[in-house]
Design a protein. Structure first.
Length: 534
């Protein structure tokens, strides 16, 4: 007979149960119990097929409105929009790309990057790579899908050496590049902006196709300014062109404080973006719509440019500029609200961790805390956060918790042999495989030589195995051990699961969980500190 601790989470809380059964009986009990647990996987609330249909139709209508030249600013990610897929469950990360591919013969892509972001080595948090590297990745991804990438535009250019070096690299690769400069008084000094000393100083981007898609690795890159600059230069050349904006967030026909829109503010806390009621739209139509501050601030510039080109502006508001139809494709608002609340909490932890690492400001943390109050949530609304902190308090050691697809929460703690993340992967895969929790998949006599190598030969300070080392050991053992093989086969089931740790994870562990598709948050405590147990 053996006894095992099983942590059971339900819709109302958690309870510990100690069971005494033979090993085979316990495994069968756990299998039966797991089938009876209420499913906690986030419900879908967004109709992706409907979105593809009505969104593509709407874009085609906008292209026809301007004849044979349209600059279409694409906000957010084109083919890996994971933020959208998290807050609008059912949205596919490549939806916008799939729409664009329907227009591949008419379209070319211009990728925009800010010299400021190059200079400060800004990193895409979802991929862990710098913006300049992402420009090259995006180009390859687009071209591999049969889309034409015409050029790269470096914005906010003031002669930065790193920007010059990046441009030289592009030239060696055969990629055309252009520079757009900062304009004093932008965006309020319309007279200067709409002149030869403003947009007129920018390089003219040579394009050859009717639809020019302007995209970037992330927000704040200057995509709209590139589009408006092109309108100015086209006008000087006698070319009639139009502009439209494809920005998924904020969703204009959802309330200002809707969780989906609040999650967008949390995602852009470092840019200090603020969702606002569009005053231009309210004045023109008497209808309340939502936009964000940068679009509202820049609208007078666009208004002046359009009036200079056509004598009138076809758009009466920033909302008019947009082509976003996502709000019409939400069929379960409650599901999207809950998904968005969870995203705000995740963003909060990411920002706290960045603050500890010196990569974020107190103002960013304060902003997301305010958003959490508006959404009426706290970190306790993330179930794995509660479970990890409880395990840490009980063990007085770093701990972790993961929520599986069926709502089961598995926990772990640091031991002499394994780090908490490595232990968690073993605990979770054993549970998914229906194996006894007390089963040692990797024998101690195999772990100890690895630890000796890390400390004695590689001069490491931490002998415990990381997630990558545990997975390699598990893979090696799987050739002869059926249990290891069964556990290894459960790894795909971790995709989409939620995880929290009581300390900041190492870069190695974070990368492994990212590859496994696990959404990770960490308490803002380094491993050298004592974990938070409050």
């Amino acid at each position: 007979m053996t006894s095992c601790d099983l942590l059971v989470m339900s819709t109302t809380g958690c309870a510990y149960a100690r069971c005494a059964y033979g090993e085979g009986e316990f495994v069968q009990l756990r299998k039966t119990f797991r089938c009876a647990i209420i499913a906690f996987r986030m419900k879908n609330g967004f109709d992706n097929d409907k979105y593809l249909k009505i969104q593509s139709e709407h874009i085609k209508e906008r292209i026809a409105k301007f004849g044979n030249k349209l600059y279409l600013e694409f906000g957010g990610k084109l083919f890996d929009d994971y933020h959208a897929s998290r807050v609008l469950p059912g949205f596919q990360p490549d939806s916008k790309l799939r729409m664009l591919m329907q227009l591949a013969d008419e379209a070319e892509i211009v990728i925009v990057i800010s010299a400021v972001d190059i200079e400060k080595n800004k990193v895409r948090s979802d991929l862990g790579i710098t913006y300049d590297k992402d420009v090259l990745r995006l180009r390859d991804e687009f071209q591999n899908r049969g889309l034409m990438v015409g050029s790269v535009v470096i914005t906010h250019y003031t002669g930065q050496e790193v920007a010059k070096a990046f441009r030289s690299k592009l030239k060696k690769m055969g990629i055309r590049s252009y520079c757009h400069h900062t304009i004093p008084g932008y965006p309020s000094n319309v007279a200067l902006i709409d002149s030869d000393e403003g947009y007129g100083k920018n390089d003219y981007v040579e394009t050859s196709r009717p639809l020019v898609v302007v995209t970037a690795p992330g927000p704040g890159s200057g995509k709209m300014a590139v589009c408006l600059s092109q309108l100015y230069h086209d006008y000087k050349r006698g070319i009639k062109a139009g502009y439209a904006k494809f920005e998924t967030f904020p969703i204009w026909n959802l309330p200002l404080k809707h969780p989906v829109n609040l999650a967008y503010e949390a995602a852009t806390a470092d840019l200090n973006d603020v969702n606002m009621i569009d005053p231009w739209h309210l004045e023109a139509y008497g209808k309340t719509t939502v936009n964000y501050n940068r679009d509202i601030e820049i609208f007078p510039v666009l208004d002046a440019i359009f009036k200079g080109i056509y004598g009138s502006n076809p758009y009466k508001s920033p909302t008019d500029m947009g082509v976003n139809m996502a709000g019409y494709c939400i069929y379960d608002d409650a599901a999207c609200c809950e998904a968005s609340r969870q995203e705000i909490i995740r963003r909060y932890y990411v920002t706290l961790n960045r603050l500890v690492e010196g990569a974020a400001s107190e103002a960013e943390v304060d902003k997301i805390e305010l958003l959490m109050k508006q959404a009426q949530i706290s970190t306790d609304d993330r179930r794995v956060t509660v479970a990890a902190k409880e395990r840490a308090a009980k063990s007085k050691a770093p701990a972790a918790a993961i929520e599986l697809a069926d709502g089961t929460i598995i926990t772990s703690e640091t031991s002499d042999l394994l780090g908490t993340s490595a232990a968690l992967i073993l605990n979770a895969t054993k549970h998914l495989a229906g194996l006894d929790h007390k089963l040692k998949l990797i024998p101690k006599e195999m772990i100890e030589p690895i630890q000796k190598m890390k400390v004695t030969y590689l001069s490491g300070n931490n002998p415990r195995l990381h997630t990558d080392e545990v997975l390699v050991a598990l893979a090696m053992l799987s050739r002869e051990d059926g249990n290891c093989r069964l556990a290894l086969e459960q790894l795909p089931a971790l995709r989409g699961c939620q995880l929290h740790t009581s300390v900041i994870l190492s870069e190695v562990d974070r990368k492994i969980f990212k590859k496994l598709g696990v959404d990770v948050t960490c308490e803002p405590v380094s491993k050298k500190q004592k974990p938070l147990i409050g």
